[in-house]
Design a protein around this ligand. Structure first.
Ligand code: PLP
Length: 395
């Protein structure tokens, strides 16, 4: 198969390609003065675009009237804001002095959750505990049950994992949590869920949901916090009346409008996108398995995202393999974008019982659904060449 003229980026979980329609409408918006607080016509037009994005999010996630949608600059910021809300409430609203609050978090959460837990839920009043993984799942239900108590005030479990693609049964966990810790508020990091699986905020039953525009076809610079009715939310940033005083600062009009357009694309063709991802993933898996006998496809025993493929090739160094593929015009990652570059490799995979050797030989491919079969034929061929080269270099 001939090398395609374009670079084949199979790393959509790191940043999803921006849609054609999203790009076209961004060009229109460039001409609008981007301060939505201005009273003149351009300001009003900017405000309209922001509210349009908000209503697209409401429609996609099936929100109720009193559920809130707050735009931030990223999912990292959105996750920080949700996890810091109880801490800020305590310190700035002077609640009961003799209390203790516990945060439970999944073992495979993104650093924008875990690092907040480690740094801010680590004092005499605030404590965190991590729900364990089992070999069968990145979230062990029994571990969750053991950790639930009256002191648990917030639980954060991701909808789907960025690295393994595993989809977690959030609504089932919500039922368990509500029974054993009725005052606990529940958050789901849905960054990898929105656009790749159907998400219904009511059915999930959570109090907070966060996601990011650039992971679904928008551009970098807009994140979202959805809160159920009266769930508390404290601002991280002060200084302006934007976002109902929950996120001060001039809104990033381009990123928020692009997020709205990307959500609209999902509203119009989400089902098609998901089924295209799934059939291409299956096609690529078969091709790769045909080409490389030593290849192991991971996590086939559990529900995974339609676009995410975790592979282990015994004996190879994934970091070198990623570089070799890059030279052949194919972009993949060894682990997630945030774990790559770390000397000890992915901690998520270690949590899931992978040996250090397996972790070093594991890669993630994530599709956007617009790849062609011919392009994927080329990917399989590139894998084969990189594989042969890896063994020849060593010999
Ligand atoms: N949560 C998950 C599961 C992610 O995969 C990512 C991005 O890698 C984030 C949060 C952070 O998103 P953002 O890039 O918008 O800060």
């Amino acid at each position: 198969v001939k090398r395609p003229s374009r670079y084949l980026n199979l790393d959509a979980n790191a940043s999803f390609p921006v849609g054609e329609k999203v790009l076209a409408s961004l060009k229109e918006i460039e001409r609008i003065f981007p301060n939505a607080s201005a009273v003149h016509q351009d300001g009003q037009r900017a405000k309209y675009l922001i509210e349009r994005s908000r209503s697209k999010v409401r429609e996609l996630l099936k929100l109720k009237r009193d559920d809130r949608v707050v735009f931030t600059a990223s999912a990292t910021e959105a996750n920080n804001q949700v996890l810091l809300t109880p801490v800020f409430e305590h310190y700035f609203r002077k609640k009961d002095e003799n209390f203790k609050q516990v945060l439970l978090l999944g073992a495979t959460e993104h650093p924008s959750i875990t690092d907040v837990a480690f740094a801010r839920w680590n004092s005499s009043h605030f404590n965190y505990k991590q729900i364990k993984c089992s070999k069968k799942s990145g979230l062990d239900g029994n571990s969750l049950i053991e950790l639930l108590s009256e002191e648990v005030s917030l639980v954060s479990i991701m909808t789907a994992n960025n690295e393994t693609g595993e989809i977690f049964p959030v609504s089932r966990f919500v039922e368990v949590i509500k029974r054993a810790a009725p005052r606990a508020l529940i958050h789901t990091d849905c960054v990898q869920g929105v656009g790749k699986i159907e998400i219904n905020f009511q059915e999930l039953g959570v109090d907070y949901l966060t996601f990011s525009g650039h992971k679904l076809g928008g551009i970098v610079g807009a994140g979202v916090i959805v809160t159920k009715g009266g769930a508390p939310l404290e601002p991280l940033l002060l200084g302006g009346g934007q976002e109902a005083r929950l996120r001060a600062g001039t809104e990033n009009l381009l990123a928020i409008a692009a997020l709205g357009d990307a959500v609209n694309e999902i509203l119009l063709g989400g089902e098609e996108r998901r089924s295209s991802m799934l059939s291409l993933k299956k096609y690529l898996t078969d091709k790769l398995s045909d080409e490389i006998e030593q290849l192991r496809v991971n996590f086939t025993d559990r529900p995974t995202l339609p676009n995410t493929l975790s592979l282990t090739i015994k004996g190879i160094e994934a970091q070198d393999f990623v570089v070799a593929l890059d030279l052949l015009g194919v972009g993949i990652s060894a682990g997630s974008a945030c774990s790559s570059g770390k000397p000890h490799g992915s901690s998520i995979l270690k949590h899931l019982g992978f040996t250090s050797e397996e972790v070093r030989s594991t890669m993630r491919l994530s599709l956007c659904g617009r790849e062609s079969k011919t392009e994927l034929d080329y990917v399989a061929q590139a894998f084969k060449s990189a594989f042969k080269k890896a063994f020849k270099d060593r010999a």
